[in-house]
Design a protein around this ligand. Sequence first.
Ligand code: NAP
Length: 232
Amino acid sequence: MTTTTLITGANKGLGHETARRLVAAGHDVWAAARDAERGSAAAEELGARFVQLDVTDDASVAAAAERVAAESGRLDVLVNNAGIVGRRVAVPDTTAADVGAVLETNVLGVVRVTQAILPLLERSDDPAVVNVSSGMGSFAVTNDPERLESTIVGLGYPASKAALTMLTTQYAKALPHIRFNAVDPGYTATDLNGHSGTQSVEEGTDAIVRMARIGGSRLTGTFVDRAGVVPW
Ligand code: NAP
């Protein structure tokens, strides 16, 4: 049976490349994006189906879930990819509103989408959720002087990704029949970092694609990158 997959933030960057690779792997892909014009253009180019989905908007998320239910009947893989870095500002000048905006998208957005999609995942024989976290959310990586992530200091983004990784392991414990795994793409050239990332989007999507394609595996509650396990 064809694997039906929804990817948030699929109009560009890692989400777009994930969609391209999963379409090539034979998945029936819903390329979700908040902007209808850019999203539908990307979906058409990818050979995917477009659905409008703003992860910060309850009504948009509910409508997207209804549309997928009506047209696909179920979902096998959800890739929670949409994310933002937020306003680039020094730590002492960072406000609660700055942090809140990042948490709204990167953390609450994932809960909003996951909760709305869960009934569709429950209809799959082999459901999986891939949460696109970051080494910036790892206590170990951000405190390892050998890692670039230890030199980047901020509040909202690292806190949001640490929370997302924790959400992943808690979902995995609560719902053992669904695979929930967090991935760190690694530092990848996209709009998120002004294309300063050192990896290509293909390298950056290796772990996402792997976790989206481990059908039948019991691997859940893990945090991995393209090289293997990421320390918490
Ligand atoms: P990107 O090129 O900036 O793409 C981000 C995507 O998220 C865009 O499609 C964007 O849509 C979408 N998005 C943002 N807010 C949204 C919302 N409210 N609703 C729906 N979609 C929304 O960045 P990227 O590098 O591909 O990032 C993808 C994921 O990888 C993020 O979660 C990021 O934190 C994570 N990550 C990236 C790196 C890296 O080095 N690039 C490293 C570790 C983790 P618009 O085009 O409409 O803004």
